[in-house]
Design a protein around this ligand. Structure first.
Ligand SMILES: Cc1cc2nc3c(=O)[nH]c(=O)nc-3n(C[C@H](O)[C@H](O)[C@H](O)COP(=O)(O)OP(=O)(O)OC[C@H]3O[C@@H](n4cnc5c(N)ncnc54)[C@H](O)[C@@H]3O)c2cc1C
Ligand SMILES: NC(=O)c1ccc[n+]([C@@H]2O[C@H](COP(=O)([O-])OP(=O)(O)OC[C@H]3O[C@@H](n4cnc5c(N)ncnc54)[C@H](O)[C@@H]3O)[C@@H](O)[C@H]2O)c1
Length: 464
């Protein structure tokens, strides 16, 4: 697999001093720039790789596009049983992974060109410097260096950039690649993360997915539906959701033929046939399994190292993967420097990253207006498994812990009683669960599992 990482340096910056300087051209940086520019401030984004960040290139856009293709394959396979009167000729659906990949690439390019590119930014009056890495010199100054040159190169290609009002750090996060202390032998066995998986041109015969978070669950199901024999190793599926979600997803995965290994991978090694063997720890001892291709999806770590943050006094949270500490105005421990998005690791979602970016920029350009705008704690999120899972606020157990069992009510509706779900043949798996305070019926949290759960949760968000 080859992944083109750097776009050509495309500098549209016309000056060396701006009101607001933003590091990172992902969801957080783009929204921060749009807000600062809307307030009439001169604004520049420095992006070391590709405008649009990880969501566009290796995250939401390719994953949701792949999931859509997998859903189409699944619909064709299951239509005869679900709806009757629709015939398919056996089970031999043809999947051309290269063609799917090419389509995904085209969608990425479309979104990049329209929404994220230097040209799109220029139309909004925002300058961009692409292909340069920003490193802090002090709280107002960044040094820019060409990406790809190593530290020992005699790099004449550096310049300084000054921020008159403030800087927003929006540098995102990268896949966690566990050391050999955590997964013995991992460094000796080829594996992929989400940074490479969307470049596959063939459906892997036997795919081992490690990790039961959103990435592991979404991709295990998608590749299963596209024809891979998937082994999914994870203690629990979507452990941050209500227990009913994990239980239901287990049943759905079993029905779709995904082999589940409930435990933690502790060791991997080559199996001698071009594949791998893994050992995982379960409640009743260690077990093994094998596969051809290994996908590691065990979390993402904030990009906060190697560009001078600590040297200028920006505090990192050592207990939380060295994410950047901010107050609720998205301001770091250094007054003129703000941070937003995955590098703050609060919750890693595109919409939240954008929201935080907007708050950071707004608080830079209007520092003296009231007390500043704050980022909310409760945000809706959705995981695009089938059925979709969305949630907001507290889970039942969290609400009980905070308010006491006798004060908390729960309303649960199974999808099997929802007429709309029955019509769509989607009633088998899913629920709507709302957790509330009994005394005033205030909603504390909600979970939806079912078709379009990601859309439906917003209504509850508005109600909250
Ligand atoms: C497979 C996958 C699927 C996902 N699906 C969803 C989804 O469905 N819904 C959802 O809400 N979220 C999803 N996410 C999460 C989402 O992608 C992130 O929350 C979002 O991209 C965060 O945006 P950001 O701006 O903080 O960072 P990023 O998008 O990571 O952007 C950071 C940018 O900063 C640049 N940069 C870093 N350091 C420097 C430097 N020193 N100088 C210059 N530039 C620098 C990087 O090159 C990068 O382009 C998914 C993530 C993955 C991996
Ligand atoms: N639809 C969406 O909004 C969406 C989709 C994908 C990713 N994301 C964002 O990206 C973040 C990162 O996703 P992720 O799924 O990589 O991470 P995650 O942190 O959500 O989940 C990782 C999982 O891997 C497990 N794990 C760790 N080590 C393991 C081992 N050795 N063996 C087996 N399991 C192991 C953990 O217990 C955990 O459950 C998400 O939390 C989310 O914020 C969002």
């Amino acid at each position: 697999v080859t992944v083109p990482y750097y776009t050509s340096a495309l500098a549209s910056a016309s000056q060396s001093s701006y009101d607001v300087v933003i590091i990172g051209g992902g969801a957080a940086g783009l929204t921060a720039a749009k807000v600062a520019s809307t307030f009439g401030k001169s604004t520049v984004i420095v992006e070391q790789a590709r405008m649009g960040g990880y969501c566009t290139w290796t995250g939401c856009v390719p994953s949701k596009s792949l999931i859509a293709a997998a859903k189409a394959a699944h619909t064709i396979r299951t239509a005869p049983t679900k709806f009757g009167g629709i015939q398919t000729s056996g089970n031999d659906l043809q999947i051309d992974m290269k063609a799917i990949k090419d389509k995904i690439r085209a969608k990425i390019q479309h979104i990049h060109d329209e929404d994220d590119s230097p040209q799109a930014m220029a139309k909004l009056g925002i300058d961009t410097i692409v292909g340069k890495k920003a490193t802090f010199v002090d709280d107002k100054t960044l040094q820019l260096s060409t990406v790809g040159k190593n530290d020992n190169d005699n790099d004449n290609d550096t310049s300084l950039l000054h921020a008159k009002m403030g800087i927003v750090i929006a540098t995102g996060a990268s896949p966690m690649e566990p050391s050999d202390d955590l997964i013995q032998g991992l460094s000796t066995v080829p594996f992929l993360t989400y940074e490479q998986i969307f470049d596959l041109e063939e459906v892997p015969k036997r795919l081992t997915v490690v990790g039961g978070g959103p990435i592991g669950c979404e991709l295990a199901q998608a590749f299963g539906r596209l024809g891979a024999t998937v082994t999914h190793v994870a203690e629990t599926l979507l452990e941050r959701e209500e227990p009913e979600v994990s239980e239901t997803l287990e049943k759905v995965f079993a029905k779709e033929g995904i082999q589940r290994c409930k435990g933690k991978v502790v060791k991997v090694e080559k199996d001698g046939n071009g594949g791998h063997k893994f050992t995982y720890q379960t409640s009743d001892g260690s077990k093994t399994g094998t596969g051809d291709l290994l996908l590691i999806a065990v979390g993402r770590k904030p990009n906060t190292a190697g560009f001078g943050l600590e040297e200028i006094g920006v505090q990192l949270n050592k207990d939380d993967n060295n994410c950047i500490e901010t107050n609720d105005k998205m301001q770091t421990s250094v007054k003129r420097i703000y941070a937003a998005g995955d590098c703050t690791a609060k919750q890693q979602y595109t919409h939240y990253a954008g929201f935080q970016g907007g708050i950071a920029a707004r608080n830079i350009v209007l520092p003296f207006s009231d007390k500043g705008v704050k980022a909310p704690e409760q945000i809706p999120s959705a995981t695009y498994t089938a059925p979709e899972v969305s949630s907001i606020g507290l889970r039942h157990a969290q609400a009980v812990e905070e308010y006491g069992a006798k004060n908390v009510g729960v309303a649960v509706q199974s999808m099997s009683h929802v007429d709309r779900a029955i019509c769509e043949s989607e009633e088998e798996a899913g629920l709507i669960k709302i957790v509330y305070l009994k005394k005033n019926l205030k909603i504390l949290g909600a979970t939806i599992m079912g078709p379009a759960a990601g859309e439906m949760i917003c209504e509850i968000g508005v109600a909250m």
